[in-house]
Design a protein. Structure first.
Length: 369
């Protein structure tokens, strides 16, 4: 059966081929620029395949493929991997439209033939966490060779999701300051313009004198995960979602800047501590490397190496967790809020509770531009 996948899934094979062909990967800055003088040599890439754990080892001008016990399966010139990476990149760019991954999976027979040759039978590595590829990198500063898991984010197939939306990511608010009849509630919930449905409903509630007071993170698992990071983080994100409705930007760094000025949690700002920025960066980093909204989190990072970002031109940048400040700044500078489907995730409707109080939900989804 032919191997099929979308652009993001094929990008994982592209990363495997290009890293083996190049033998190294450059670090990137917060604006997706390459650091010329910060390079990580590739010592080994590991994959779990049907035949067990395989090792892909660059050695001089060759790539050696071994079983876990050291048995050599194949030896090929590194330039073959470089050529295959270029061919795959051309194929991915040829698929019409940057959002073509939404149209479903597709095959790339030429690449699949080479994958079979190098004992690679699946696009996605076996993983129940956020690790897409495991690499042994050499760090020239520490002189250490360390095996680490990396998450792959590709710009070849549209913006990547950092934190997926779901009913688990709904934030609940109480509507105070106004009285709404059942007819009023029905009329507001029926507002359904082609664009800006959430904003329109919120504006109508405010027009009638209502104000939104953060209540809780709906899902107890996500609520507890956020509390592990910071006891006030749920409330901060609640305010951030409200702030987005009042601004003409969805970039998280811009919204946090405004939130810091308003300081709704009443932090002591006399020393100019970046409370909100620090706490939101912690959320972004944890979401990137291990924390998922619907799964109880133990505080450990799965993708403990960081991110590998495939740029539109095919270059790959490494955001190593050793360089935590760079990694956090990259996430912070490129993260934005996106509104997911209101019907699928059941939010943006006024709910009349049993005690007569009114509730309203907003939803959190974070992407990287």
């Amino acid at each position: 059966m032919a191997i099929t996948g979308n652009k993001g899934e094929w990008s994982e094979i592209y990363v495997l081929l290009k890293l083996l062909g190049d033998g190294e990967v450059h670090a990137g800055d917060e604006n997706l620029n390459e650091f010329k003088n910060l390079v990580y040599p590739i010592i080994m890439i590991l994959r779990e395949e049907a035949e067990g754990k395989l090792k892909y080892l660059p050695e001089e001008s060759n790539i050696i493929i071994q079983k876990d016990d050291g048995t050599e399966l194949l030896r090929l010139p590194a330039k073959d991997f470089e050529h295959q990476a270029m061919s795959l990149l051309y194929s991915l760019k040829s698929v019409a439209g940057k959002d073509s991954d939404k149209k479903g999976a597709f095959t790339i027979p030429y690449t699949e033939d080479f994958m079979t040759k190098i004992h690679c039978h699946t696009l996605k590595a076996k993983s129940a966490d956020k690790t897409d590829i495991r690499i042994v990198l050499h760090d020239r500063r520490t002189k250490l060779n360390t095996e680490m898991g990396f998450s792959i984010k590709s710009q070849l197939g549209g913006d990547s999701t950092l934190l997926n939306a779901g009913k688990t990511t709904n934030f609940n608010y109480k509507i105070e300051g106004c009285t709404l009849s059942d007819a009023d509630i029905a009329a507001i919930n029926a507002l359904n313009p082609k664009q800006g449905k959430v904003i329109k409903r919120v504006e109508e509630i405010k027009h009638r004198g209502g104000r939104f007071v953060f209540d809780k993170v709906d899902n107890p698992v996500f609520r507890n995960n956020l509390a592990m990071l910071d006891s006030g983080l749920g409330e901060i994100i609640g305010y951030l979602l409200l702030e987005q409705l009042e601004q003409d930007t969805n970039m998280i760094k811009d919204l946090v800047r405004t939130l810091s000025k308003k300081n709704p949690l009443r932090f002591d700002m006399t020393q100019n501590n970046p409370y909100y920025e620090f706490k939101v960066k912690n959320l972004l980093t944890s979401s990137a490397l291990g924390m998922m909204p619907g799964k109880a989190w133990n505080g450990k990072y799965d993708a403990n190496g960081g991110y590998l970002v495939v740029k539109e031109d095919g270059d790959i940048l490494c955001y190593h967790f050793y360089d935590r400040n760079l990694f956090e700044d990259f996430l912070y500078n490129n993260a934005y809020l996106e509104r997911a489907s209101t019907t699928r995730h059941e939010y943006a409707q006024i709910i009349k509770e049993d005690d007569g109080s009114l509730s309203f939900k907003l939803n959190l989804q974070i992407r990287l531009k």
